[in-house]
Each structure stands twice: as C-alpha cells, then as structure tokens.
Design a protein around this ligand. Structure first.
Ligand code: ADP
Length: 386
C-alpha cells in the first residue's frame, strides 16, 4: 500500500464540502476543492483549493487532473461535463447516470414511477390549462435548479400558475405538477452506498421545514412504526441500488395521513437531514460519503443514543457581525454536551450559517437544549433569556 492515499476532488465550496473535510483529515485523504469564490465556507478549511466556475469543463478538467475520484457539494454540475470527466478516466461519484435523477425532478418522477416507488401523483405541464386539467390545488415545481423551497409553488387558482411559467420561459426548464399532499409530517431516509454495492441505512428521521428550509431534525422519527420505518429504508436502499448511486443518498419523504410514505425528492450528497449523524451516530454521513466514494468499507450508521436532535442556525433578522461568535460562551457554558457546527458564513437573514446537535436519553431535553442554543446563536434571544 502506498503511503499517500489517492486525492479526492470536491466540486463546490459550501458547508457540505467543509464538513467532508473533517473526516478526510481523520481518514488521511488528500482533498482538492473547486470553490466558487475565494473565502467560501470550504475554501476556509481546504488548503488545496482553486477558485473557478463549475460550469466550465476546462476548469473541471484542471481541478480533477491527478485526482482518483471527484464528488460534489451540490448537484449543479452540468451532466454532459460529468460524462466528459468520466470518459477522461476520473471516477465520478455519484456518476452522471445516477446524478441526473437528483438534478431533474421530471426525470426523477419518471424513473421512480418505472420502479414502482410510491410518489405523489404528478405530470409535466406546459400551460395554465394543463394545470387546471391536472387538478387544483396542486404544487408546481421547476424540474431543475430549485433548492430550499425556491422553485416550488402551491397553486390554488389558474392565475397562480403565471409566475412558475414565467420562470420556465426565462430559464428553459420544464414545470412539474404534483398533487398537494396532505402529509402528517416529513421524513428523511439516508443511506450510503459504495461502488462495490455495500450499503448502510441510517434510522429514519423526522424533519420540520420553515419557509422551505430544513429547520429541525429528530432521529429517529418519534412514534414511527417499525413497519413504516423499514419500508422507508427499503425504498431508499432500492433507489440507491437501482440508480447506481455512490455516496450518500437522501430520500425526502412524506408520511401521509393514512400511514404511507411517498417520495418527495432525492439528493445524492450529504444532506441537511443527516447532520445529526456527526454527533448522534457512530459514523457520520460525511465520513460514510467519503468512504463510499473512495470505495472503502462503510462505517456503522448505528445511533449513539436513543435520541438525537439537529436544529439549524439561521441568520437572524437583525444581523450583527460577530454575534455568532459572541454566542459561544453562553451556549457552551449553559450546555457542556452541546455540539456546535458553524460554517464560517456571514450572518444574513434566513441564511443557514450553522447547526447544533444534541443527543441523549430524553427527547424533550434534547429538543429544548438544541432549540435554545440555535435561537441564541441566531440572535433571536436577548440577554434576559439566561
Ligand atoms: P426543494 O428542491 O426546494 O427542496 P421540494 O420538492 O423538496 O423542493 O419542496 C420543498 C417543500 O415544499 C417540501 O419540503 C414540502 O414541505 C413542500 N412540498 C413539496 N412538494 C409537495 C407536495 N407535492 N405536496 C405538499 N407539499 C409539498
């Protein structure tokens, strides 16, 4: 075995790449980063980085030159560039033939339907008339380019469809209509899969969104029956296998009022709903992503405690530079078991700048501690709340 492990290229300098850097250090994996700008979250911690445009094939070729494997912080690298890199001999993980189903919600729906995976009723629509024909109320989504609730509209009248179709006309993306699911709650299934086919499934978690952004995650989902949890895990493992996903696959699910699960969407990278694993599981999703893309044996996804809670820290409405760090003494002194993960981002209203994790025997205690700390960091609590 050579002394030096092969180099892993990561495209995209956000917090997911930053959090991949931590297990890369522990595993002794050299990492090279393509960052979208100097000083972005992951560029602060990965010394071997280049600033460039991930939409430019030459830039992608340069950054992956000499790397054994390339993986991603986001899903936006054009599919044809991924094919070009694969043809040039770089192991693209996840590969373009899988990743396209995380890039395009229309293709994802078609493929999942062909696999018989339960999804909300859906159709590609091109006009307001077709939306009415599909049935109102419904949800319209851009098939590509959406994130954190951007590119998702609840449509109750034909006139509401005008906005989405304007976006479609401007950007050239197709519009997907879905039934408005009356869900009991949202769940997430996270699995890791390696090229040799080994897979590991994390417990099914409950996720709460606020303004389209993941806000809070509870692991495992409280009160979820073993049968439904098993079904959700099987769905995720099956999708990972059938689509040939390598790395982490996150399957966002709706638990319906009548006790079924429907797939909402797929992400093929570490996911916000898996951040709890950094402290609440034996092997974090970031480490298992790296192990999977490097085709190393996966680590145990086993929880460390009966409950784990993650709460995102969003920039408050009155951002004060430095406030995030000012929160440290209070938050850390108040709760020595609190785990804090900050992304090195400036506070802006609504922007994800970090998260906190708690774990333990008592769910209410975990929730209270994590919520308090996140609110404190976000500047939502004043000094009187001590
Ligand atoms: P994004 O790509 O922005 O994450 P999603 O497709 O996950 O978009 O939708 C964002 C949120 O909108 C979901 O988490 C859910 O709360 C809501 N949503 C999406 N699709 C539906 C649907 N068919 N029925 C009801 N709510 C939906």
């Amino acid at each position: 075995m050579s002394a030096q492990a092969p180099t892993l290229a990561i495209i995209g300098g956000g917090q997911l790449a930053r959090m991949m850097a931590q297990p890369a250090i522990a595993l002794g994996l050299p990492v090279r980063l393509l960052a979208e700008a100097e000083g972005v979250s992951a560029a602060q911690v990965i010394a071997d980085h280049v600033v460039g445009d991930y939409r430019d094939l030459d830039t992608l070729r340069k950054i992956t030159d000499g790397c054994a494997v390339v993986t991603f912080d986001h899903e936006h690298v054009p599919t044809e560039h991924l094919h070009a890199l694969a043809e040039a001999g770089v192991a693209v993980r996840p590969g373009p033939d899988a990743l396209v189903y995380a890039q395009d919600k229309g293709l994802m729906r078609e493929r999942l339907a062909a696999l018989g995976v339960p999804c909300p009723r859906n159709a590609i629509v091109a006009t307001a008339e077709e939306v009415v024909e599909f049935g109102l109320p419904c949800v319209l989504k851009t098939t590509r380019g959406g994130y954190d609730g951007k590119g998702v509209w609840v449509v109750r009248a034909a006139a509401d469809a005008a906005g989405p179709f304007e976006v479609a006309a401007r950007t050239g993306v197709r519009i997907l209509a879905e039934e408005l699911v009356d869900f009991r709650r949202e769940l997430s299934a996270i699995v890791a899969r390696s090229p040799s086919g080994q897979a590991a499934a994390y417990p099914i978690v409950q996720t709460t969104q606020r303004d389209g952004i993941c806000h809070e995650v509870i692991a495992p989902a409280p009160g979820l029956s073993d049968a439904l949890a098993g079904e959700a895990q099987s769905i995720a493992l099956r999708i990972a296998g059938e689509l040939g996903v390598v790395g982490i696959l996150a399957v966002e699910l709706f638990e319906t009022a009548d006790g079924h699960v429907l797939v909402n969407e797929l992400a093929m990278r570490p996911h916000n709903t898996g951040h709890w694993t950094q402290d609440g599981a034996e092997t974090s999703q970031f480490e298992n992503h790296l192990r999977a893309v490097m085709d190393l044996p996966l680590g145990a996804p086993t929880p460390r405690a009966p409950w784990a809670v993650m709460v995102n820290i969003l920039g408050g409405d009155t951002p004060e530079p430095g406030r995030l760090y000012d929160g440290f003494p209070h938050a850390l002194a108040r709760d020595p078991h609190l785990r804090v993960h900050l992304y090195g981002k400036e506070l802006r209203p609504g922007r994800k700048v970090g998260h906190v994790n708690t774990y333990g025997e008592d769910l209410d205690d975990c929730l209270a501690r994590a919520r308090h700390a996140a609110a404190w960091f976000a500047g939502e609590l004043g000094d009187e709340s001590e």
